[in-house]
Design a protein around this ligand. Structure first.
Ligand SMILES: Nc1ncnc2c1ncn2[C@@H]1O[C@H](COP(=O)(O)OP(=O)(O)OP(=O)(O)O)[C@@H](O)[C@H]1O
Length: 266
């Protein structure tokens, strides 16, 4: 894909075990992310999804292969890339108000512009009125909204998310998925999301990539041809959604079986 905003080619990441041996996590992962495309990565536990995202975002150097963002090799987290992690309680500073936490994402702006951006981002995630609260005064879902606002305030070209809704209850999860969907619909950023939840991946994405068991490669790529905007009530009850979710789940289970067989061989 020539117009990719992010291009990952033949990515290999190995992690040193305590005994000093190298553990190969991803062996050969390639993916292209187009402007304003939403791609999710699913796969069995331990297949290296988080490791892949960390290498793709510049948080850890790969052992082989390349990551290119906006035609530039990624060697550290580049400007224009924002990341949201699962553990909102660790990613927000408890001693800063919600306003100041979100403003951390726009440190490079003048104070007037920073203030405008924070106000807009808080409104986009439904947190207007909570500016002076502290993270520990908000529910988990609200804290994750604040983490999303902090990512959005930098006006990213790519939003990477690692299991962003895994620590909240099912209803809050649905709400947060729609917050992300609305943000994505009303902006131009591309999104790369790691998730365990097949339904969530299908609901939000244009494409879903399924990783094989470790050392991982891309086992399958499934195009999600559901109309947008999507809604929990209509989309998730549609025949096509159910077919796509079953297709993704089948591939994840196939990868999981490989992983079990691999363990039996060790
Ligand atoms: N810093 C580290 N040191 C040692 N091993 C690590 C480190 N980070 C990851 N690993 C190992 O790499 C493998 C892949 O981990 P990773 O978290 O990327 O997988 P994952 O697919 O995201 O897993 P899950 O779905 O369970 O969150 C795991 O076996 C993990 O134990």
């Amino acid at each position: 894909m020539s117009n990719s905003i992010l291009s990952i080619r033949n990515l290999r990441v190995s992690i040193q075990s305590r005994d000093g041996s190298l553990n190969e996590i991803t062996r050969d992962v390639s993916l292209e992310l187009a402007p304003h495309e939403f791609v999710s990565i699913v796969g069995p536990s331990g297949s290296g999804k988080t490791t892949l995202l960390r290498a793709a975002s510049g948080l850890r150097p790969p052992n082989g292969g390349t990551v290119v963002f906006n035609q530039m090799p990624v060697t550290e987290v580049p400007k224009g890339l924002a990341i949201v992690f699962q553990e909102y309680n660790k990613s927000l500073f408890p001693w800063l108000s919600i306003f100041k936490n979100v403003a951390m994402g726009a440190r490079d702006c003048s104070s007037h512009e920073r203030s405008e951006r924070v106000t807009k981002a808080l409104a986009q995630v439904g947190l207007s009125g909570f500016e002076t609260r502290y993270p520990w005064e908000l529910s988990g879902g609200m804290q994750q909204r604040a983490a999303l606002a902090r990512a959005m305030v930098s006006d990213p070209q790519i939003l990477m998310m690692d299991e962003p809704f895994a620590s909240v209850d099912a209803l809050t999860r649905n709400h947060l998925e729609d917050v992300v969907q609305k943000l994505w619909d009303s902006s131009t950023f591309s999104a790369l999301m790691v998730t365990h939840d097949v339904g969530e991946a299908v609901y939000l994405s244009d494409r879903v990539l399924v990783l094989s068991a470790r050392p991982s490669t891309v086992l399958a790529e499934i195009k999600i041809d559901l109309e947008r905007p999507r809604s929990h009530f209509e989309t998730k009850q549609s025949k096509r959604f159910v077919e796509l979710a079953a297709e993704v789940l089948e591939k994840v289970e196939e990868a999981g079986r490989q992983s079990v067989q691999g363990k039996e061989l060790i």
